[in-house]
Write a protein that binds this ligand. Structure first.
Ligand SMILES: O=C(O)C1=C[C@@H](OP(=O)(O)O)[C@@H](O)[C@H](O)C1
Ligand SMILES: C=C(OP(=O)(O)O)C(=O)O
Length: 449
């Protein structure tokens, strides 16, 4: 077996030499880009994505849709007709829907959005679609999507695993209708069924029957984006029953949408301002958004910073002190690694709650954070649904990432304040933020050294 040198390489996390003062242009949202790709592929006419995220997860999504026959043309242009950026430049993807066809093979990598959102799309295709991915993808929950699709009329061969790898034998159409699922292990089960729902003969009515549903903002993102392309969606918030979402069958419009910056990927940069008592501006921070990263304005303010949404973007300023926090992160679970990293450097203990489902993310994030922060001299314990973090003086060492992009950025945050932290496999940030090491150096001004 050969070892990929990128996976064993150690990246010396730069120590901040003082208060950071930077403007950081954060690339597009993974969650918005991958929903926009799916909706554009299912539309009745071509559409555009402006400023899409170009990272492993979104390229896997685009690659999979192309395998199914969808046209996706990438353009980088300075002409306003295909412009991406506010200045009239940037990247844009034109999506040209077509009849979905098998046989095809889809590599999901370790992208939750690809492994959950695409089996419903494949059930609409004509022919067999094989799904496979990274070893970790075999362990991540998928049963909710598989069972629901079968109940709605799909033929899926998973050899009894209830997980990847599997083959969806698309029949060209799916009956759809009402279905019950337990989505307590991932909100993406609900999003997956809703996104393809308008194309099912009867639409879909998803009823969540399990314990608490995590990541509600991501379900709101799905609903808002469906409505933006003309779908009719009834939700608990719009007067429907609790835990029930209904999508009416109908054609989707091809739209021209500009992807918001990824606010969860803004997290390490905001954390840098908080920890160093500096200032970071994130341009194009949306005034209204369903992205969970927007909660950082409140969470990092409680932890000692302050922020202002101005015409230039979100300006976040650290005060020089970092406080611990007691917070339920069930709605915004993907922010947990970055918050844990800041909490390890705070002046008082923290309790992070409501995130038991993180054990089934890219890695077991609760175990990984505990092991790696404690490996640097920290005092973190796992609880049934989160972490207790008691700050201690930390020392240098190797911070392992377990192929988890958010572990890598969490380690970089700690490395700002602790000498000689080395991140193993920083390249794993390519999942959602391929330029992270260069962006980090630019923020710190070390790229000009
Ligand atoms: O739908 C989405 O885009 C996501 C939903 C959440 O998943 P879970 O509900 O599985 O936590 C989140 O953690 C993930 O990063 C992205
Ligand atoms: C949980 C995450 O990703 P995924 O879409 O693979 O679930 C994440 O990005 O934090």
């Amino acid at each position: 077996m050969t070892t990929n040198p990128a996976h064993t390489a150690l990246w010396p996390a730069p120590l901040a030499s003082g208060a950071v003062d930077a403007t950081v242009q954060v690339p597009g949202s993974k969650s918005v880009t991958n929903r926009a790709l799916v909706l554009a592929a299912l539309a009745a006419e071509p559409g555009w994505l402006r400023r899409p995220l170009r990272s492993r997860d979104t390229l896997l999504m685009a690659g999979a849709l192309r395998e199914l026959g969808v046209g996706i043309e990438e353009t980088v242009s300075s002409s306003s007709s295909v412009a991406g950026g506010p200045d009239g430049s940037g990247e844009a993807w034109r999506v040209i829907p077509s009849g979905l066809q098998g046989p095809a093979t889809v590599d999901v990598g370790n992208a939750g959005t690809v492994m959950r959102f695409l089996p419903p799309v494949a059930s609409l295709a004509d022919g067999p679609i094989r799904f496979d991915g990274d070893p970790r993808s075999y362990e991540r929950p998928l049963h909710g999507v598989i069972d629901a699709l079968r109940a709605l009329g799909a033929r899926i061969d998973d050899e009894g695993r209830g997980a990847l790898p599997l083959t969806v034998h698309g029949g060209g159409a799916l009956e759809g209708g009402p279905v019950e699922i337990d989505a307590s292990s991932s909100s993406q089960f609900v999003s997956a069924l809703l996104l393809s729902g308008p194309r099912f003969n009867q639409g879909v009515e998803v009823r969540h029957t399990g314990s608490a549903l995590p990541s509600m903002p991501h379900i709101r993102m799905t609903v808002d984006m469906l409505r933006a392309v003309g779908a009719q969606v009834d939700t608990p918030e719009s007067g429907g029953e609790p835990n029930v979402w209904r999508v009416t069958p109908g054609a989707l419009l091809g739209r021209d949408i500009t992807i918001e910056p990824d606010l969860s990927n803004a997290q390490p940069f905001l954390a840098a301002a908080l920890i160093t008592g500096g200032k970071v501006t994130i341009p194009d921070w949306p005034e209204h958004t369903t992205q969970p990263g927007d909660a950082l304005r409140d969470i990092f303010t409680q932890m000692g910073g302050s922020c202002e949404l101005t015409e230039r973007g979100l300006q976040f300023t650290g005060s020089g002190s970092v406080h611990g926090i007691d917070v339920d992160l069930s709605e915004v679970g993907e922010l947990t690694p970055g918050i844990a990293a800041v909490a390890a450097l705070a002046d008082s203990p923290s309790t992070l709650r409501g995130v038991a489902h993180l054990r089934l993310h890219e890695t077991d994030r609760l175990a990984a954070l505990t092991k790696e922060i404690n490996g640097l001299g920290g005092d973190v314990t796992e609880t049934a649904d989160g972490l207790h973090i008691r700050p201690r003086k930390l020392h240098g060492g190797i911070f392992h990432t377990y192929d988890d992009h958010r572990m890598a950025t969490a380690g970089a945050i700690i490395g700002l304040a602790v000498k000689d932290v080395q991140i193993e496999n920083v390249a794993t940030t390519a999942k959602t933020l391929p330029d992270f090491p260069d962006m980090w150096a630019a923020m710190l001004g070390t790229d000009r050294a």
